[in-house]
Write a protein that binds this ligand. Structure first.
Ligand code: PA5
Length: 443
């Protein structure tokens, strides 16, 4: 497996035969469909089942949106947002908006919050651009994206007229159910389907992730190819020691059972910051239930060594960390010698920035291990679409295995409903009259 390597040699653990067997059994459940939540296993063979026709349809819809707009607003939340955001940030030049020439439309996100000021700023900025929209909701009833879409739809219709607005909107939603599906049918929006058996947080390789990424110019074929390679590398026929997802799942459960309740995912490449966010949702929603689960946290390094570094080094010893290590940067920048050497940095002259970054990574790893923080290392060759596709599938597969080892249903999320009931009661939604009275009495 060239795409990704896992190293647990600095975790301070031995994986027991029992834990290895539990990981292999958990992985087999993902294939056999005999485990909990088995109606949501569509993601397991998703990479290998995406067809040429699927990719062409996505690319054609993306090309149409690109041809019509220089700003594409992607509306969605949770699993209908984080995958696209994570890959887009990973693959993009962080200073892309400063370039005078733009090779692809700017993709921005909405519906991932209910901030009035955020929406106001977006609508204001949108006035200066030609705009298209992708609205993504599996249930088609999620409040945050529904509010954002109502506003964007009204703005597009008032600017372009109803018919042209419908040419500029694509919906990604359930095959048959939900308010968004009804709306898309009534308004005649082109629609992509989120398969019934793929839950939101596992949906990045469906049109949920692939359409916005294709709009942004990401090579979705390479992304899928990387994921497909990882699907093969983590299948049930693969021996435990050669399956990075099984090793990762076994290692994190071994650490959890030894009292390490918090996992910090970090990277020394700031472009991967939203991969952390995507991972937090994936693992938090999949494992945090029944009073169990590793709390997923994240850091971006070296920046967070100057904020969270103290805690990681010397705080409560309930942490372990997983570092996504990138073997090769895409570009070369060297530090030059300076005659005066006033900053004392001439000892670095001639070195690449990445050599300094690597020494920071290795130095921090040993310091944290010495401080009682076990370290897992996931190495990818580079930040490119192929490697990122493999990384996403690796984390998904490991999450399914890990959740089954933990003994939970990794594919449901009953806890996310609790706040919605309160919010609807406070907003006096019809049907919530009793709940409204009860909750107002508690305020
Ligand atoms: O993982 C999940 O299932 C959730 O995070 C959902 O993706 C999120 O709540 C958005 O749901 P929907 O796509 O139905 O609007």
């Amino acid at each position: 497996m060239k795409t990704l390597k896992i190293d647990i040699s600095k975790a301070g653990i031995e994986l027991s035969a029992d834990m290895k067997a539990r990981a292999q059994a958990a992985n087999a459940l993902l294939e056999s469909g005999e485990g909990a939540g088995n109606d949501f296993l569509g993601w397991v063979h998703l990479p290998s089942s995406i067809s040429e026709a699927d990719l062409e349809a996505i690319e054609a819809a993306a090309a149409k949106l690109r041809s019509k707009a220089d700003l594409v607003v992607c509306i969605g939340i949770g699993g209908s947002y984080l995958g696209a955001k994570a890959v887009l940030e990973a693959m993009s030049d962080p200073f892309r908006l400063l370039h005078k020439e733009q090779s692809a439309p700017t993709v921005v996100f909405a519906g991932q919050n209910i901030s009035e000021d955020y929406v106001h700023a977006l609508m204001k900025a949108a006035e200066e651009h030609s705009v298209s929209a992708v609205v993504i909701s599996k249930s088609g009833t999620t409040t945050e994206p529904a509010i954002a879409f109502r506003l964007i739809k009204a703005a597009l219709e008032s600017r372009y007229g109803k018919q042209e607005a419908a040419e500029r909107i694509v919906a990604v939603t359930d095959r048959a159910r939900g308010a968004l599906k009804t709306l898309a049918t009534d308004e005649g929006y082109p629609t992509f389907v989120i398969p019934d058996d793929v839950g939101g947080r596992f949906s990045v390789l469906t049109p949920v992730g692939l359409l916005p990424l294709a709009v942004a110019g990401v090579d979705i074929r390479a992304l899928v190819a990387g994921a497909r390679e990882m699907e093969a590398a983590t299948g049930t026929g693969v021996p435990f020691d050669e399956n990075p997802a099984a090793v990762y799942a076994a290692a994190r459960n071994t650490l959890y059972e030894a009292g390490k309740k918090i996992e910090i995912l970090g990277s020394y490449e700031p472009q991967l910051q939203y991969v952390n966010e995507w991972w937090k949702q994936l693992y938090g929603e999949s494992e945090g239930k029944q009073g169990r689960g590793i709390f997923p946290a994240s850091v971006t390094l070296t920046a967070d060594l100057h904020s969270m570094g103290q805690y990681i080094q010397e705080g409560e010893r309930t942490l372990f960390e997983t570092i996504i290590s990138v073997a090769s940067p895409a570009h070369e920048v060297r530090i030059e010698a300076e005659a005066d050497n006033l900053d004392g940095l001439n000892f670095l002259a001639g070195k690449r920035i990445s050599e300094v970054n690597r020494m920071a990574e290795l130095g921090v790893q040993l310091a944290h291990v010495d401080g009682g923080v076990p370290n897992l290392r996931v190495e990818i060759p580079a930040i490119d679409a192929h490697a990122v596709g493999a990384l996403l599938y690796f984390f998904e597969r490991a999450c399914g295995i890990s959740g089954y080892i933990l003994g939970v249903n990794p594919f449901d999320q009953p806890g996310v409903e609790a706040y919605k009931k309160n919010m609807f009661a406070l907003l006096e939604k019809p049907g919530y009259e009793e709940a409204t009275k009860a909750i107002k009495a508690r305020l």
